[in-house]
Design a protein. Structure first.
Length: 288
């Protein structure tokens, strides 16, 4: 099936109108979450790209998401694009992560060389004096009546969609758009979501005071990150990619890459440039 469905599409729209892909309900989420699936068409199977479009959009409405989900299968990727719902952008733990990182990285102004020595001694001391309890010991110590903390809504969306694959194979990559990128990055940082790589499209956060915190958070992620930014961008968005690039360099995050594309153009050539940015980044990771 082929076609295009409007920005305000609902699950019912995907059940009755034509589009590229197979519509599936993620029934582990209540009420069930809509998703659009396409299988890989290349003999080489790389894995799954899971798309989380911007709030109040859908799998076929943002030009970038629709193009990528339809064209990445030829490069060995199964694609899943969910139909997102509007949820609060709550980043309370983000400040704690940032302040802890700042304290750890605070330089010794009087003797800069002492920083590395102090860190080395501290790490060595931890290795000597601390012994991680085994999983069995942790299970014995844990009270029976303690409930596991509830995972963020967006993590449930992603994990429940991944769990529907039959069979699951290869790398798991999340492609997330707009403000939801902050929620996904935070979930990865908090070890609530385990994936192999993250692609952000026009990632931003509206709270000005939180913008630098998001940049630090992304720079500290232990997985590769591709940061895609459209041009032209709104004025208040322009400083955020620069902050993320600065923090990535500061923290020597070598698997962070930033690239721009023309968000004003819906032409085939510009969309090919976008998909080739992702392909080139994956190639640099040794996946091809």
């Amino acid at each position: 099936m082929s076609g295009h469905i409007s920005l305000a599409a609902s699950e019912q729209d995907y059940q009755y109108y034509a589009f590229d892909g197979e519509f599936k309900l993620v029934e582990a989420i209540q009420p069930p979450l809509g998703s659009v699936w396409l299988d890989e068409t290349s003999p080489k199977k790389l894995g799954t790209l899971l798309f989380v479009p911007a709030p109040e959009t859908g799998p076929t409405s943002p030009i970038e998401v629709d193009y990528l989900r339809r064209h990445m299968p030829k490069w060995g990727w199964q694609t899943i694009a969910i139909l997102p719902r509007t949820i609060p952008i709550v980043l309370n733990p983000l400040a704690e992560v940032t302040s802890a990182a700042s304290a750890t990285m605070a330089p010794n102004q009087e003797n800069p060389d002492a920083n590395d020595d102090a860190t080395a001694v501290e790490n060595e001391s931890e290795l000597i004096t601390e012994e991680e309890p085994s999983n069995a010991e942790q299970a014995e110590d844990a009270p029976d009546n303690v409930e596991q903390p509830e995972k963020p809504i967006i993590v449930n969306w992603i994990q429940s969609s991944f769990d529907m694959r039959e069979p699951a194979f290869g790398f798991e990559v999340v492609v997330v758009q707009a403000e939801y990128a902050a929620l996904v990055a935070q979930a990865i940082s908090n070890q609530e979501l385990e994936i192999d790589a993250l692609v952000m499209i026009n990632a931003h956060i509206r709270n000005i005071e939180r913008q630098k915190e998001l940049a630090v958070l992304v720079a500290q992620l232990e997985i590769p990150v591709l940061d895609l930014i459209s041009e032209p961008s709104l004025e208040w968005l322009k400083s955020q990619p620069a902050q993320r690039l600065q923090q990535a360099k500061k923290q020597q995050k070598l698997d962070y890459r930033q690239a721009t594309f023309s968000g004003a153009s819906s032409g085939e050539m510009e969309q090919q440039r976008l998909s080739k940015s992702i392909y080139g980044w994956m190639h640099s990771l040794g996946w091809y």
